[in-house]
Design a protein around this ligand. Structure first.
Ligand code: NAI
Ligand code: MG
Length: 504
């Protein structure tokens, strides 16, 4: 296996147009502008190493201009007074445009991020459209309440009338990661727009292309100026500035727990609202009666999909000792069958990681594990010195205190550990600071629900892993984050409640 694959020429006219040699710009108040300080940075295809485009390197001054545009848009009658049903139609139209341009968005996503065409085209781009469609239906169903109160000190002869209204939380800074770029942006933009907020989106510096194409589609859909602004650039400059900005009311962040903590610190100044969707180390518990026809491909997909660069990736499997050895052997076979290559090659099951730096990071976890006694049952290496490709890896004999068992690796690496009693499986599964997700594999209904109740995690799957839908709230317990995305809960995070109490 070579460690680089040849560059791919984009096939769709839309992707070709976006990559046609022009330096990319920032979207502020529906105008595409160069960065205030004139900087630019490159974005690459991680599979081939080919240069894809130069992105405008936004800095603090661009973030300031974007936040000001978002503030203005918040009170612009074109947005503030837009009828809820019209807001809903606008969200629906955005979904339609994403679908109509799904081929080129998928091509851009795969080129920029590395993931397979099937993952982009069949899963993530359609899921991005569905985010907008789900919240489109909510736009005219955001309701307050009338509230009978028991206050006793109003003037005699008068009555009390109290009610609540819901208001947009305000200007939202959406800071997104590189693992599922368009989907992560859609998961923030859709509820934010549904609630009537305005947004400054800072996409991950590694993978900003689909956000820029989405920006063009948002303008085409008729979104009023300033409602969504897109500032490409780095986390330590644009991201940090937005997180500390006094005119930003809320940060919606997905990324590492480490940066999540920095955002909590930066947000203190104006006590902005935060939703944080952070790291995970999600367990998969495989009981002795599990249907292995489901569990083997399911556990494999749970870790290897998107090359393990998934927040909920099932990176720790606890398998009953009676089936452990056979399970490891078969999982290693599954891992070995996956074909690595360019995401746009139809033969490819798994693309590269997002960058060779990420592959090096993954390798450092695996190497450290190996030198402390962990045993590699499959994979275990990068495919070449600078390669962004990392072989799907199954590891056993991983001690609970090893870094590869405790930290989020964000690569195609699973540690498999035997257990004897269900209680022991739960102790092992919960031996983590994270609490994002888990899966349970068994045909025993009672055992399944008991385990689901016992796992400390925001999502538990039974006989499946990584099943998502905008209808299902998704969030992290413990150090996996604050708040929820998707479902009605996801909308709540973009709304404030106002209680109005009147003597009448
Ligand atoms: P990261 O957390 O640094 O990046 C995520 C986003 O935060 C990017 O848009 C980045 O520009 C921005 N950012 C970085 N520093 C910031 C700051 N000080 N203030 C505001 N925004 C900032 O993630 P990174 O370094 O790209 O990946 C490192 C590891 O983080 C991965 O290996 C993985 O373990 C974890 N990660 C987890 C994700 C998840 O969904 N749970 C997503 C991405 C990364
Ligand atoms: Mg980073």
């Amino acid at each position: 296996m070579t460690h680089h694959v040849p560059p791919h020429q984009p096939k769709t006219p839309g992707a070709n147009a976006l990559l046609a040699g022009k330096a990319k710009r920032l979207l502020i108040a529906n105008v595409w502008r160069t960065a205030a300080e004139g900087g630019a940075f490159a974005t690459h295809d991680p599979a081939s190493g080919a240069l894809l485009a130069y992105l405008a390197e936004g800095t603090a001054s661009d973030a300031d201009i974007a936040v000001a545009a978002a503030r203005d848009a918040l009170v612009d009658p074109a947005w503030r007074d837009m009828k809820p049903s019209a807001r809903g139609r606008l969200l629906w139209k955005i979904a339609d445009l994403i679908e109509a341009h799904a081929d080129e968005l998928a091509e851009l996503e795969t080129l920029d991020q590395g993931k397979s065409w099937a993952t982009s085209r069949m899963a993530e781009i359609p899921a991005s459209a569905e985010q907008f469609r789900y919240y489109a239906g909510f736009a005219n169903k955001i309701l307050g309440q009338t509230i009978p109160t028991s206050i006793g000190y109003h003037p005699p002869g008068k009555k009390l009338f109290a009610y609540t209204t819901r208001e947009p939380v305000g200007v939202v800074a959406a800071i997104t990661p590189w693992n599922s770029p368009l989907l992560m942006a859609a998961m923030k933009l859709a509820p934010a727009l549904c609630a009537g907020c305005t947004v400054v989106l800072k996409p991950a510096e590694e993978t900003s292309l689909t956000a820029l194409r989405l920006g063009e589609l948002l303008v085409e859909a008729g979104l009023p100026a300033g409602v969504v602004n897109i500032v490409t650039g780095f986390g330590s400059t644009v991201g940090a500035h937005l997180a500390a900005h006094p005119d930003v009311d809320k940060v919606a962040f997905t990324g590492s727990t480490e940066v999540g903590r920095m955002i909590v610190g930066a947000a203190q100044g104006n006590l902005k609202k935060l939703t944080l969707e952070l790291g995970g180390k999600s367990p998969a518990i495989v009981m002795p009666d599990a249907d292995l026809q489901l569990a083997l491909p399911g556990v494999a997909r749970g870790i290897f999909a998107n090359s393990g660069q998934v927040c909920v990736a099932g990176s720790r499997a606890y398998v009953h000792s009676s089936i452990h050895d056979a399970f490891v052997e078969k999982l290693a076979l599954e891992a070995g069958k996956l074909r690595l290559g360019h995401g746009l090659d139809p033969e490819t099951d798994l693309g590269p990681l997002v960058s060779s730096a990420q592959a090096a990071r993954v390798a450092s976890y695996v190497d450290e594990g190996k030198s402390s006694g962990a045993v590699i049952a499959a994979g275990g290496e990068r495919l070449g010195i600078d390669s962004a490709f990392f072989a799907p890896t199954v590891v056993t004999a991983v001690h609970p205190e090893m870094r590869m068992m405790r930290e989020e690796i964000f690569g195609p690496v699973i540690a498999v550990t035997p257990f004897d009693e269900p209680e022991e499986a739960l102790v092992l599964a919960n031996d983590t600071k994270f609490g994002l997700a888990a899966s349970v594999w068994t045909q025993d209904l009672s055992a399944a629900h008991r385990l689901a109740a016992g796992v400390r995690a925001g999502t538990v799957w039974i006989n499946c892993h990584s099943y998502f839908s905008p209808e299902l709230p998704k969030g992290g317990h413990r150090e996996s984050g604050w708040g929820y995305e998707n479902g009605p809960q996801g909308l709540e995070n973009y709304l404030e409640t106002k209680a109005v109490c009147a003597v009448i």
